[in-house]
Design a protein around this ligand. Structure first.
Ligand code: GAL
Length: 376
């Protein structure tokens, strides 16, 4: 009897897993086409030929180490996501940069028209070395779903000073003596950080690169934006025309400001940056900056978040701002609500960005539908 009931109900379960969802419910479980919670954390979105591709960190049950790799999902409506598999798997080879058990964070993919390749950058930490490596890693593919071919990883822009530094800036940095600043967080130490104390320390080996995003400007130039200098200062680094190298030209943003989780977008000719502070997996208040040119000057604004838990970025940490294709006024702020004790259960907070007095606002909603972007 039980068996018969089960067989009768089976199509219902099947139908349920396939059912089209209509709304995004920030912070709730988000089932993919198999009915499984999407596993693409710290992610970013690529829009290509009518389809959105979501890349993210595959998280395991009890560790944040990479056991699988970078996953890919696709969608046409931003609500219903189809699992497309592992775009870049970890390597079983011992000693490989991306050996199983390494740390892979915040993957982002852009399309390079010059080479017709999909270019994936991510933050890489070598297996068993905590967060000491602070490397940027790059891989390429012919198709958005991969498989991606791993190219290389390393620190960024060795021997280079920021592109906008004057001779005086360089000399001042060169004469900083680390022995005078062994104690952190003092006023003189903060000044020295702003003048490039850690930039000098890393200059020959290349700058540290952790939390990151990618941005392609309207002129087709691509940039890698990452937390550098021990997470104290953001670097915006120009990429080569094939998007797989750094050119050596970079600009510091908010020196000494301790920004992580950078997201960058352009609205009405102005660049907007939403970041977080540095409190590990615990949420903190988002920060916002704007500039009329990518090379600065950046102006800081209050957090764009409004509503319950706005002071904690709704319990999350930003990862990407998604410009909705064909809708120049529509952007989505994407954040992760981390669950470090049960990483696979981390949640997604996606909220539409509205603009008030020309400034981005991210207001909490229990439930919303991206279809509103297309209906007016
Ligand atoms: C966060 C960072 C995450 C991850 C985590 C590790 O601040 O944004 O990507 O690195 O720290 O504690």
């Amino acid at each position: 009897m039980l068996k018969r009931i089960f067989i009768l109900l089976l199509p219902l379960f099947f139908f349920d897993a396939q059912a089209q969802q209509r709304t995004i419910r920030p912070g709730e479980l988000w089932p993919d086409n198999h009915g499984v919670h999407i596993n693409a954390h710290g992610g970013g979105i690529l829009y290509h030929k009518g389809t959105y591709y979501w890349y993210g960190e595959h998280k395991a049950e009890h560790t944040s180490a990479a056991l699988v790799g970078i996953t890919c999902y696709s969608s046409k409506d931003l609500v219903n996501w189809t699992y497309r598999g592992v775009a870049l798997p970890v390597d079983s080879q011992r000693g490989s940069d991306i050996e199983r058990g390494c740390t892979i964070e915040r993957p982002k993919v852009v399309y390079c028209p010059a080479t017709k390749k999909f270019v994936l950058w991510f933050h890489l930490e070598l297996k068993g070395r905590g967060y000491a490596a602070a490397r940027a890693a790059v891989a390429i593919a012919d198709k958005p779903t991969g498989p991606f071919t791993y190219l290389r990883s390393g620190r960024v822009n060795p021997y280079c000073y920021p592109a906008n530094w004057t001779d005086t800036d360089r000399q001042r940095c060169d004469t900083l003596n680390a022995a005078h600043y062994s104690q952190w967080w003092t006023a003189p130490w903060r000044d020295a950080i702003r003048q490039g104390l850690f930039l000098k320390r890393e200059k020959d080996g290349g700058q540290m690169a952790r939390d990151m995003t990618l941005f392609v400007d309207d002129d087709g130039r691509a940039y890698h934006l990452f937390s550098s200098e021990d997470n104290l200062t953001l670097h915006l680094a120009e990429l080569s025309t094939d998007f797989t190298y750094h050119t050596g030209r970079y600009w510091r943003i908010a020196p000494g400001g301790q920004n992580e989780a950078p997201t960058l977008f352009k609205y009405h000719g102005r660049y907007w940056l939403i970041t977080s502070g540095c409190t590990g997996w615990a949420p903190n208040e988002a920060r916002m900056f704007s500039a009329d040119s990518l090379t600065g000057e950046w102006t800081q604004w209050p957090s764009p978040c409004r509503g319950p838990q706005a002071k904690q970025t709704f319990g999350g940490q930003g990862t990407f701002v998604l410009p909705v294709a064909g809708r120049p006024e529509a952007f989505i702020f994407m954040a992760d609500v981390w669950r470090p004790k049960h990483p696979i259960d981390a949640r997604y907070v996606w909220l539409p960005i509205t603009f008030r007095d020309g400034r981005p606002v991210v207001e909490w909603r229990d439930e919303w539908s991206p279809s509103t972007f297309w209906s007016h």
